[in-house]
Design a protein around this ligand. Sequence first.
Ligand SMILES: [Zn+2]
Length: 67
Amino acid sequence: MISSVPANDRRSKLLVYTIEECPACGQKTKRAFQVGDYITKEASKCSKCGNTTIISLIYAESSKQLG
Ligand SMILES: [Zn+2]
């Protein structure tokens, strides 16, 4: 039953995430997707080494119903 997704649930929301990866040290940071994001785009500075990170992955998760 894990793979079953309720397709008729129109209220289910998708949460989109962006992964920023540092090409120098490999540090990965997950953050909320922002309009204009795309893979290979330059992102924020690496928190470890200060290099400019690159967006390496964008993916969506379905938000689970609370309660
Ligand atoms: Zn780094």
